[in-house]
Ligand binder design. Structure first.
Ligand SMILES: Cc1cc2nc3c(=O)[nH]c(=O)nc-3n(C[C@H](O)[C@H](O)[C@H](O)COP(=O)(O)OP(=O)(O)OC[C@H]3O[C@@H](n4cnc5c(N)ncnc54)[C@H](O)[C@@H]3O)c2cc1C
Length: 413
């Protein structure tokens, strides 16, 4: 088996992670802690994205805790409930109480500002304190070619490296994916999404501070394409809204949060909506658009020494709030299969065990996200296995024991 031998005789592999999004950074942390030497290659420097709320349920938060990530430093809002509002009056029509969540699932249901979490994960991966060897982070390294058999990676800047294993975490538009032989089949969703943020001072000025302090994910609509999803993050200092609307209204084709729009346009897109939310929109900062896509399950994720992770492996629409959580679970699985417990397996076998563990579950969440796009009763918390057998439920997602799952599957390896 390749790699160096360190004092405790665990073979230490050189592992390359392509992409330093939430998925890539999580993988780097998990693999560093498993005793390996990890280098993360990122095509850009950081700083372009303003970001908004991102909820991390216990299936993700449990792994963050296990990796000693300083969750407090990422300024979470601990969610206490899901709230459904009447579209036009804003009246509360339903509440799902998360009150005993920690007792049920072992961690809080954390709502982060995406950038806060990203910064803390980056620090954890590269810090000289913490378990394992600090990961190296190489920015301005855009991967352009990968050879799955040798683990050789070429970069746009002319550099080339060879790794014992390559984790391709380069997002929904992954180039690595095609390099390892996966041709994605996808169609544009009939939905697009605006995202806007607004600060605490402004909300107080407007008399809308309730949205800062409800410690909830709040929904308007959700039966059909139109849906507003509001939540607070960053120690209750920022509120963000994701606002889903029919793609045909402006037919956005560009990916990423690069396209801005005006508050007037945002208001106009949702006629008849709760006047308090229109008021919030009118005063919102940084309004961006996002194009949504539906990807079919990919035939495989792993080819020899390379595997896919996160949105590169299982891009999903955001309606279960589980895309990043699935990427964190992927990272958790990699950390386990590359731990000393499974050192009897080759790199290829470990990557196969990873894929076997992850693909079925992530695909189930991917399709449940697509169903939840236009049907809020499919969203975990609002869903229950008794209203339609087979629905994804909060118990299935948040109560997941990844260690036990891998131990069971490893018996066949
Ligand atoms: C509107 C919206 C709301 C969401 N809300 C939630 C939520 O509440 N909870 C949740 O769990 N998930 C949520 N998600 C999903 C979540 O944001 C994604 O699933 C997650 O960020 C994916 O992380 P990733 O690291 O796989 O990909 P990305 O974040 O896309 O990271 C990919 C990285 O790879 C880099 N890269 C790309 N190509 C190359 C290359 N060739 N070489 C080197 N680097 C490269 C990119 O620059 C980037 O840094 C939401 C998504 C959206 C759109």
């Amino acid at each position: 088996m390749p790699g160096r031998i360190v004092e405790d005789s665990i073979p230490q592999l050189d592992i390359a992670v392509i992409g330093s999004g939430l998925g890539g950074l999580s993988a780097a942390i998990a693999l560093r802690r498993a005793g390996h030497s990890v280098t993360i290659y990122e095509r850009y420097d950081f700083g372009g994205e303003v970001g908004a709320s991102l909820s991390v349920a216990s299936n993700g938060s449990r792994l963050l805790e296990e990796w000693d990530v300083d969750i407090r430093a990422a300024k979470p809002v601990v969610l206490r409930s899901l709230i459904m509002h009447d579209w036009s009056t804003g009246e509360v029509t339903n509440t799902y109480d998360l009150g005993d969540y920690r007792a049920r699932f072992g961690t809080d249901y954390n709502n982060f500002h995406r950038i806060d979490l990203h910064n803390v994960l980056k620090d954890t991966a590269t810090s000289s304190s913490g378990k394992g060897v600090p990961c190296k982070l190489e920015v301005w390294h855009k991967a352009t070619g990968i050879d799955p058999e040798t683990g050789r990676i070429q970069f746009e800047n002319g550099k080339e490296v060879t790794a014992d294993a390559v984790v391709c975490a380069d997002g929904i538009r992954s180039v690595s994916r095609e390099q390892i032989g996966v041709k994605p089949k996808f169609v544009p969703s009939t939905s697009c999404c605006y995202r806007c943020i607004i600060g605490a001072d402004k909300l107080r000025e407007l008399g809308l501070e309730e949205y800062l302090n409800n410690n909830a994910i709040e929904f308007w609509g959700g039966y059909g394409i139109n849906k507003i999803v509001l939540s607070a993050c960053s120690d209750n200092n920022v509120v963000s809204c994701y606002c889903f609307y029919p793609a045909e209204l402006n037919d956005v084709t560009e990916d990423g949060w690069n396209l801005s729009t005006t508050a007037e346009n945002l208001v106009k897109t949702f006629p008849g909506l709760d006047p308090k939310i229109h008021k919030l929109f009118t005063n919102a900062e940084d309004i961006k658009m996002w194009r949504l896509y539906n990807h079919d399950e990919y035939p495989f994720w792993t080819n020899e020494k390379c595997t896919l992770l996160g949105d590169a492996a299982h891009p999903m629409v955001p309606d279960q709030s589980q895309g990043a959580c699935m990427a964190i679970e992927d990272a958790g699985a990699l950390g386990i299969v590359f731990s000393p417990k499974y050192s009897r397996l080759s790199v290829q076998q470990r990557l196969k065990l990873y894929e076997t563990t992850r693909k079925e579950r992530a695909t189930r969440v991917q399709s449940a996200s697509a169903r939840a796009r236009t049907n809020l009763s499919e969203r975990i918390g609002w869903s229950s296995s008794s209203d339609r057998p087979g629905k994804l439920t909060i118990e299935e997602i948040c109560g997941y024991d990844i260690h036990a799952h891998i131990a069971q599957l490893a018996e066949d390896f």
